[in-house]
Design a protein. Structure first.
Length: 310
C-alpha cells in the first residue's frame, strides 16, 4: 500500500467513524427516521444522473434498497438515538457475520470452522457490550435496546446484500443511486407513520446542526467515502482493504469517548476486542472474491474487481 493509498484508507475510516458522532448528535435534535429520510433524499438527488433502468432487475433492486437504505437506516439511526455511538459502531460490525450466515442459508455457501469461530466471537462480543448497558438512553429507553436495534440494522443490511448478489452489470454509483431512491421512499412513509413533529423539530431545535449533519451524511459518508473505497478496491486486493476498514470502529469509539464523553469500561473493551477479532477472522478467511465490504452489497465489490481486471 502506497502512502497515497494509506492516506485515502485512513480518510475513509475517519469519515465513517466520525459519522457515528454526527448522527448521534443530529438524532438528539430531530426524529431519527426523519433524519434518515432527509439524508437519503439528498443522496438520491445528487446521484440521480447515475439512475439507469435495469429491465429484469428492478424488483431485486427495490427489495435491496428497502433493506439497505430503508429498514437499515431506520433501525440504525433509531438505535443510535438510544445507544452510545461507540457501542453502536461495534454492533454494526455484525453485518459481516450476518452476511456469512445468510450466504450459507440462502446461497448454499460452505463455511469452515474458522469463519464460524469468527461469527461466534463477533456475536459474543456484541452480547457482552449490550448486556453491560443497563442505563437508560434518550426518553428512558434502555441503551441495550438501542444496541439491539443497531444489530437488527446490520441484519437487514446483510439481507439486502444477499438479495442483489446475482445482480450484474451495475457500477457502484448506479447501485447506490437506486438504493437511495427506494430507501428514501420507504423512509418518508415510515416517518409519516411512526414519528410526529418532524418539521417542528427543525424550527424549534437546531436547524443548522441538522442541515450540516445531513450534508455530512450524504456528501461525505455516502458519496465521498464510498467513491474513495472503490478507488482503493481498483488498486489493492480486496482482502487487504476490507479488514483495514475495521479502523472505522476504532475511530468511532475514539470520537465517542473524546467528543461525547462516553465511558470506556473494561467490559466494553473486552466485548469490542472479541467482536472485532471475530469480524477480522471472517474477512481474512473468506475466499478471494467473496469478501463483502462492511456497509455495502457484494456486487459492488465484484464490479470493482472486474474494473480492476480490465
Amino acid at each position: 500500500m502506497s502512502a497515497r493509498q494509506l492516506i485515502v484508507l485512513l480518510g475513509v475510516s475517519l469519515v465513517w467513524g466520525f459519522h457515528f458522532v454526527v448522527v448521534k448528535t443530529a438524532v438528539a435534535a430531530t426524529p431519527p427516521i426523519f433524519y434518515a429520510a432527509l439524508r437519503m433524499t439528498l443522496v438520491a438527488i445528487l446521484l440521480s444522473p447515475f439512475l439507469r433502468w435495469r429491465a429484469g432487475a428492478m424488483a431485486r433492486l427495490a427489495a435491496a434498497g428497502l433493506c439497505l437504505a430503508g429498514l437499515n437506516y431506520a433501525l440504525l439511526f433509531t438505535g443510535l438515538k438510544y445507544a452510545p455511538a461507540s457501542a453502536s459502531a461495534v454492533a454494526l460490525e455484525l453485518y459481516t457475520p450476518f452476511a456469512t450466515l445468510l450466504s450459507v442459508v440462502l446461497l448454499g455457501e460452505k463455511v469452515g470452522w474458522r469463519r464460524m469461530l469468527g461469527v461466534a466471537l463477533a456475536f459474543s462480543g456484541v452480547a457482552v457490550i449490550a448486556l453491560g448497558r443497563k442505563g437508560a438512553g434518550a426518553g428512558g429507553v434502555p441503551a441495550s435496546l438501542g444496541v439491539g436495534l443497531v444489530a437488527c440494522a446490520a441484519l437487514t443490511e446483510a439481507l439486502g446484500a444477499i438479495l442483489v448478489v446475482k445482480t450484474k452489470g451495475l457500477k457502484p454509483h448506479q447501485l447506490l443511486s437506486w438504493y437511495a431512491v427506494f430507501g428514501a421512499a420507504a423512509l418518508w412513509a415510515s416517518t409519516a407513520l411512526f414519528e410526529h413533529g418532524q418539521f417542528r423539530s427543525l424550527k424549534d431545535g437546531a436547524p443548522a446542526l441538522v442541515a450540516g449533519a445531513v450534508v455530512y451524511s450524504a456528501l461525505f459518508a455516502s458519496i465521498f467515502a464510498h467513491t474513495a473505497y472503490y478507488w482503493l478496491l481498483q488498486r489493492l486486493p480486496v482482502s487487504q482493504v476490507a479488514p483495514s476498514v475495521l479502523l472505522t470502529t476504532v475511530f468511532a469509539v475514539t470520537f465517542g469517548v473524546a467528543l461525547l464523553g462516553e465511558p470506556l469500561t473494561a467490559r466494553f473493551l473486552i466485548g469490542g476486542a472479541l467482536a472485532l477479532t471475530g469480524v477480522a477472522v471472517i474477512l481474512l478467511r473468506t475466499p478471494k472474491g467473496r469478501i463483502i465490504e462492511p456497509g455495502a452489497p457484494e456486487p459492488v465489490v465484484a464490479d470493482a474487481q472486474a474494473e480492476r481486471a480490465h
